[in-house]
Design a protein around this ligand. Sequence first.
Ligand code: DGJ
Length: 728
Amino acid sequence: MPIEWNEADQVFHLYNKKVSYLIQIVYGKYPAHLYWGRRVQVLQPSSILSFKGRAFSPTTEPDDLKFSLDILPQEYPAFGNGDFRKPAYLLRTHDGSTITEFVYDSHEILKGKRPLKGLPSSYIEDDSEADTLVITMVDSILGIGLNLNYTIYRDLDVITRSASFEHLGSYAIEIHKCMSMSVDFHESNWDWLHLHGTWARERHIERQPLLHGIQSISSTRGASSHQHNPFLALLSKDATEELGDVYGISLLYSGNFQASIEVDPFDTTRISIGINPFDFIWLNKPGEMFQTPEAVMVYSSEGIGGMSRTFHKLLRTRVCRGVYRDKTRPILINNWEATYFNFTEKILKELADVAKGLEIELFVLDDGWFGHRDNDKSSLGDWVVNKKKLPHGIKGLADYIQNKGMQFGLWVEPEMVSPDSNLYRKHPDWCLHVPGRSRTLSRNQLVLDLSREEVCDFLIRTLTNIFSSAPISYVKWDMNRNMTEVGSAALPPEMQKETAHRYMLGLYRILETLTERFPEILFESCSGGGGRFDPGILYYMPQTWTSDDTDAVERLKIQYGTSIVYPAITMGAHVSDVPNHQVGRMTPIQMRCHVAMAANLGFELSVGKLSNEDKSVIVEQIRLYHQIKEIVLFGDQYRLLSPFEGMDTAWMYVTPSQEQAVVFYYKTLATPNPPFFRLKLRGLNPKLKYRINNAEHPFYGDELMQIGKDMPLIKKDYSSFIFHIKAI
Ligand code: DGJ
């Protein structure tokens, strides 16, 4: 059993082969954090903590003046009893106070892992895969229980955490803050790394030394956002891609979040992640329970790359679900950048005809097929086919595509409503708004109020009808604005601040229902590209449109940054036209293909206008993709050269058996008279002999990793190579 309770020392030890996590109940009351990191054996865990009286640090234990919650490393700290750092939670009680006294009451150690009600969570397929510890704390005056839930996976270096309040008392309380986890490290000599960006420039990497005080990232946009990803990592100063200690935390949630780090004057570091407490208040009534989203905590002693590979495996195999979890995805063509809103059935059929000739497998009809939507000013909410554009309906087009031997996919943006729509005219109060206030538009649209049950039910009905009306094998679920005037016409004043979280619960209910009802449909989520690329959404939809920026050079940074947490199989990547629609850059078709082939390959261009030469490159690359896609989508990724550091980018994927690998190398701008260059590979079996692209001369794995692969001298901008490596 990898969770042990040492009663004498009052210490819990959660461990697997590589990781230990130690918690001590101090004074029989306070869950203190002792350790998280590489697997350890500890003879006397209770001796880990020692205290020194600190001026201005109050004590809750009159007989021990050295003790203070202000300096105790804690598991789920409160505010108001002497700890002046950022608390994990804050409640406002019926008497107006925010003082609570939750103390240890009991605990339970369980085999396996329980799902979270109404929220996404990582899962197990067999009880032997994980063990769970629930520590219950109680505030006896309020009559409220606080459960701290911990799960440790047996074969993954992952601990998951969440918290829940169970109200058994008599008066309603307000939850103003309730993080999913909090941990106090005993030192602060770390860097932190996070992913930031904006539309078309998502998930760029930033690494900074920690400073005293608070540093944090967050979203208040009602979505996890393009701007920050619900993830951060602490890195030892010497951590590289392959070496050093790395602690990554990520949140399975698609709405407002906050991840923060506080370094105190004694150089301890508190990190936490959870729902953003800003503008959030949840009314917890007697008899009700409030459950936080789940946080995933990954420890790696093998650098940033080791952390990424653990996240990849967890997300790919124990967060993503459904029939597509373990399947490669069809190569698609999407009409968006080829036509935008200007299409007819004839144009779409021509696009599909050419795509079929290029051996593309799935045709996706994007925005503009419903209502009178000829631009982005109308019709969201009116999910009725535009017969002027598609006289034979969705079914007519889908049948045509299917008869060609291709699959058919459809774009929807269900969470939105255009003011110019029948839905809005009929139900003006179905959008997020505050009565009497203006309704701020973004992309000419408003956000439907998914905190309302009837709105969610309407969407489930409408989408069920659409998805069953034609042979639809793929759905692109878009979401193109963030929330403003966040309020619900259906909630009383004291519950208005619940709207944003209730929206997420509504969205998750819709997605759970539809994905269960249509298990054969491959769902791809999208929010103007990667504005909601998070582990929560992946629980329902196993891939995300990575970015609206399809330029091959920009995509190197976006896909490299995304891979810090998310595996290739969760990323949609398309080959698009040149000059590129976002940056105007001209890149060769081969490089555009090579970038998109490092994920779920797709196309989004006017295939009819391609030269014959470009068409044959596409066919050649699609054939190559079929040979390597399983390695890319299910292999272990090693990042070799970073696009954030120079003109060269390289990454590779290795099968779990280490018998095959595929290396992608990209050169953006060529260097005149360049130095010789050997690319050092990773993840191979040092003892195996490998052939590269079937060349006659083999190499040992350690040769390729230690001495490196000799690379050609490149005299051309935007060059790229793929090396398929096979053990002999
Ligand atoms: C934003 C998406 O990211 C694009 O790919 C496209 O689907 C448009 N929305 C359509 O409005």
